[in-house]
Ligand binder design. Sequence first.
Ligand SMILES: Cc1cc2nc3c(=O)[nH]c(=O)nc-3n(C[C@H](O)[C@H](O)[C@H](O)COP(=O)(O)OP(=O)(O)OC[C@H]3O[C@@H](n4cnc5c(N)ncnc54)[C@H](O)[C@@H]3O)c2cc1C
Length: 273
Amino acid sequence: MTIAVRTFSQLNEAASAIASDRDAAFFGGGTLIMRGINEGHAHISAIVRTTDAEFRAIRTAGSNFEIGAGATMSDVLANRELSFLHEAARAVGGPAIRNMATVGGNLFARSPYGDFTAALLALDARVAAAGSSGGRETPLADLLRDRERNGHGVISHVSVPRPAGGAEMRFVKVSRVKPKGVSVITIAAYLPLSGSRVQGARIAYGAMAPTPVRVAAVEQALEGKTLDASGVAQALAVATDGTSPASDPIASEWYRREVAPVHLKRLLLGQPA
Ligand SMILES: Cc1cc2nc3c(=O)[nH]c(=O)nc-3n(C[C@H](O)[C@H](O)[C@H](O)COP(=O)(O)OP(=O)(O)OC[C@H]3O[C@@H](n4cnc5c(N)ncnc54)[C@H](O)[C@@H]3O)c2cc1C
């Protein structure tokens, strides 16, 4: 089967090309698309890509960072201001993958992939689609909820609020093969503290549902609590509430549920993974 490669200098042209051809696929870094094509799983007539420099740019916009969806994990790692996202970017594959894997592509990676997206979710990131009026942003959680349906278009950038002073971003990816293994569970925790008490925590898991998810039960259980053994006890008791982990070659559903509280506890108490 022949697959056409269509390259556009402007992101909006690429988005229009995708919108007008339902058999075409947008190409970020290609780490998943090319694997699908090479293995005969991707039935597409055309790959659509863009060389638009804006698509890969990372800039500050007021109290937010705007990360172009075409920025790679290596681009994120090269940006010192995004140090709160470095651990998550470093969790994606090995160096060769990180040089190609884009932020936009990670939003669509099927579980157990999506490590970087779990961190974005904990940071309450928003996304914008190319061509949307005025670059209108919608919550990342909405995109993830609806992503299997058609119509999300090409994502142009991700908007990430700058972490508040006194808030900590913590991240752990648990895998059986180090350092490049696939996730058993990924946990991202955004922990604003008022004095020593948690106020407005956001906790997201990767590999615990078909997409990365926020864990509302854990967030509620942490509210007003201190990050010590007794303070986190209730959060650990509800660690897997609302999740639906898969059984796959990496781990069974049972195993993921068993180890989730163990790793959540270590992360919240600041213990080594
Ligand atoms: C060896 C290997 C190891 C890997 N390890 C990890 C890992 O540890 N953690 C992890 O999370 N992932 C991992 N991955 C998966 C993948 O590399 C990453 O998830 C990566 O971020 C995907 O981005 P991409 O740009 O390569 O996506 P692509 O392959 O270009 O695209 C993937 C999907 O996203 C869509 N897409 C891409 N960009 C956009 C956009 N801007 N708007 C709308 N749709 C878009 C594409 O149409 C396609 O459906 C690994 C992959 C390989 C091959």
